[in-house]
Structure formats: C-alpha cells, structure tokens
Design a protein around this ligand. Sequence first.
Ligand code: ARG
Length: 569
Amino acid sequence: MDFKIMIAGEIASALDIAFGNAPLSADEIAGLLELPPDSAMGDYAFPCFKLARSLRKAPPMIAGELVKVINADFLSRVEAVGGYLNFFIDKALYASSVIGEVLDKGEKYGSSDMGAGKTICIDYSSINIAKRFHIGHLSTTALGNALYKIYSFLGYKCVGINHLGDWGTQFGKMIAAYKHWGSREMVEQGGVQALSDLYVKFHAEAEKDPSLDDEGRAWFKKIETGDEEAISIWQWFKDLTLKDANRVYDMLGVKFDSYAGEAFYMDKMGPVIEELREKKLLKESDGAYVVDLEEYGMPPCLIIKSDGATLYTTRDLAAAFYRKKTYDFTKCLYVVAYQQSLHFRQLFKVIELMGHEWAKDMEHVEFGMVSYEGQALSTRHGHVIYLEDLLNRSIEKARAIIDEKSPNLEDKDGVARKVGIGAVVFFALSAGRIKDIDFWWDRALNFEGETGPYVQYTYARCCSVLGKAPANLPDADYSTLDDAEAQDIVRLLEQFPKLVKEAAQRNEPSLITRYTVDLAQAYNKFYYEHRILDCEPATSAARIAITKAVRNVIGTGLTLIGVEPTEKM
Ligand code: ARG
C-alpha cells in the first residue's frame, strides 16, 4: 500500500471539493508530502504554501478548508496546523502494510532496479606499492566497499577499481636500496615491512651520499624502458604488497574487479596528450607542459614535466578515458581523502575543457582524516597504525568481552571475528564522511553505545526471540501494534528504501550506519516495554512479525555497509 499516493489522491479531490480547482496534480502533491520530524505530528504532512498563490489564500486558511472535507478509512485523523495538513494513518493498517511489505520482500526490501543497465566505476582503497596497509587507508576501503554494495543493491553494475600506486621514482630508489642492503631472504621474510625499512634506509643514506639518488633514477629509467631485471624486482614488490593487502581485504570482505593501477596507463597517455595538444589546451611553461586553469581559480595542471616525465594527474587523465571507453560509466567515483580535492577538481576541469560532457559524471567522494586515540598519524614520525594489527586487536578485545558476557556461546572465535572487524568498519562509517575521525577503542567496541557491536547484538537478540517463537501462531492482530514503540519502528522500517537511495545519491553510507543504530534503539525500547512471546497469541504473532521485519532490515543495513551480522552473540 502506498500511503503517499493515497493521501495525494485525497488531497487532490479535497481541493476540487473545497475550491473547485486543483492547481497541483496528485503526482505533484505526492512529491510535496513530507515526513514530520515527530510522530506526534502525524505520519505525513502536506505543506499548503505552494497553493497560496494560485488559490489566493493564506496557507493556514487552505489547510483549514481542506481538513473539513477529507475523510478516508485509512486515516485515523487529519489536522490542520499552521500551513500544514498533518495526516495520521490508521495504526493497524500502517503496521500491517509496512511489515507485510518488509516480510514479503525479505532480503530485497529496500532494493531497486533504478540502476538497471547503468554502470558505476568506484575507485577505492587504491593502495601504494611497498607500503603496509595502515589505517589511513581504512576510510577509502570501507566507504568504497559500502558504496559498491549500496549501488549494486539499487541495480547498478559496479566496477570496483584498486588504482594501485605502482609507478614513480620511489620504485627506482627501492630497487637501489634492495641492491645495496637487501637480500631475497630478507624481503621474503620481512615482506612489505622490509621494503619500507629499505626505503627509509635509502633516504638516510642518500643524505650522506647524493650519488644514491642518481642510482635510484637510473633504476627507475630501467623500469621505464622495460629492463628485465628491474621489471621483475618491481613486479615482485608489487606481488608482495598485494599479498599483504589481500589478508586485510579478506578480513574486511572487500573485493575488486580491477587492479589497473598507475603503471597500467603508461602506454595509454599518448593519445590523451595528443588530444590536449590538438585542442590547443597544452601550454609550454619553462619546458614543462601544463593546462592553464587560471580562469577557473586553480593553479595550472601539470601534464608533462620539463624532463619529459608524466605525473599522477597524467595517469589519472588516461585512466578516466580508459574507464569511459571500457565501462561506459554513468558515474565514476573517486573515494579519496579531501587532501586531493584540488587534484580532482583540476582533472575534471581538464576533461571538461577537452569537450567531453561526461566530465560531469565524475565525482570526488572525499572524506576526512583518521587519527588514533587523539594522535595524528604520520609515517614520517613513526606513528603508524597498521590496519591488520588494528583488526586483530579488535578481534582479541571482542573475544575478551564475549568470554566475559557470554561464556557459553558456541564458535566464540567466529563471533569475535565478526564483532571485532565489524566494530572497526562500523566506526569508520559512523560519522558523515567529510568529518575527521578519531579512533578510540572504547567508542568502537562499547556494546551499549552507538556501535557496531550494539547493532549486531540487537540483530542477535531478534534472532534469539524468533528462535523461541512457537511454530503455529494464529494470524497477527496488527491493531495491537498501536503503541508508540511499535509505531516508531514501523515508521523507521518504512523509511528504509528511501534512505538507501539517499545514501547512494549523496555517496554517504553513514546514513545507513546511523539508521541501523536508530532502528536497533527503537527495537530495544519496544523489547523492554512489551512481552513478545508470552502474551495473547494474536498479539504475540504481531510482535514476532515486527521482530522479524527488524531483523531483516538490520541485517540488510549491516550488510550494505560491509558489516557481517551474527545470529548469536
Ligand atoms: N594511491 C593514492 C593514494 O594513496 C590514491 C589513488 C586514488 N585514485 C586515483 N585514481 N587517483 O594517495
């Protein structure tokens, strides 16, 4: 049942009766209906302000006239307050129709086919080779993964791209360092950590002996010109880094469809540079080539350095064209920290100036910085928190809490894994993405706070209630769900499909994260106030139905943000 459409129909005919004139169609009216901030103000509200001009009456007057002629079975009450008409839907009908819909659609509730036939490229995580995965890359990974799931749920085909940072002079330096102080065994054993150590050593030594820099450059030249030894060492470093990162991706349940990184575009920049030149966008500046963006309030976009080398931006330019050609995206998202905002503004502008209208389909999904228990992270000052360590510690801590709270739980390790990892991901996706986040253990793992464990616990609570429900219950009596607690839940359940769409439209998974907290809190209130199992059977059936609906929607919400629900906890 679509109450919006039904109410809009009532308003349209009321306009006809009261004023002999309906200046808005039922569709337009439906589009104007609002959800009041507080349930005491009704389930839907219609602002009469849009009608004032055509009816030549003040909005409160219009509301006052309309309220007199509206009368429908599905409405328990209609009120005129200020310029608003507030609609109260018959509570039993509201509950049965919303819950019926949730249970009917099951895991698909909230999904849509709005994205059918459309492709979205999502560039996320995009780690740098020879660096260990630290918590600076948590947000992009968690956000990108969530967006991937959200868009897929809405019917889009998603292409997850890990745009590897695998090109640049630093790889020449790393090979030089490896040649001087490294060995195969040392790197095999120490993995990516050994590579970063070598890199740090290189810089320390190069301060004393600048000729090392030349060596580094020479090795990079060899990578560029395809020297067999250089390429094979570089490829080995890449494999090591990915092996390391894949452990983290496995823990997080994150996947990619493509690992085409910067190096992949080395042979694909030529045509783009050529096009820039043809379109007279390329300007020489001290031997380098740039696109002038002064008119748009930005510094020039450097395309080719004076030594002929290309840049991060040049590769991103080639990548954008490649993605458009290969995937024909309707949107191409870059989930990258806000520090790179100028880079992306320049990139998008250059493509626009080249005359490609799809430049408007590219979006920088930016996010804030992560710090750890009040301390900024900095590779340079040695204050780094590796994501794998953080996740493992979280699992350990979750395990300790479970040992204490539920000593008899089966599969404690499996549950601790879901709770520990879930807590970190949930925390990363809790606040609006542009906010900086400060990771604190007691905020992420608090079982009573607005956390992943709290929501997972509520999910498990629903599962436990449902596990105890008798098999043969009579039909649910939805009129017993007229209490404020149940009605709050119903209202939240009803909002879910719209919320998922909004999360996609704003590229803001935190809307879903916060929603799961609201729904969990609403359910827990209901749970404390009402008996679910030992009460009159038709009442019990209705309360079990609402429990099932809550379990479904919390389960879907958690899955969409990349947190695994757990049936027992
Ligand atoms: N590797 C880069 C970094 O860690 C992020 C790359 C983002 N993607 C892109 N297409 N530029 O800062």
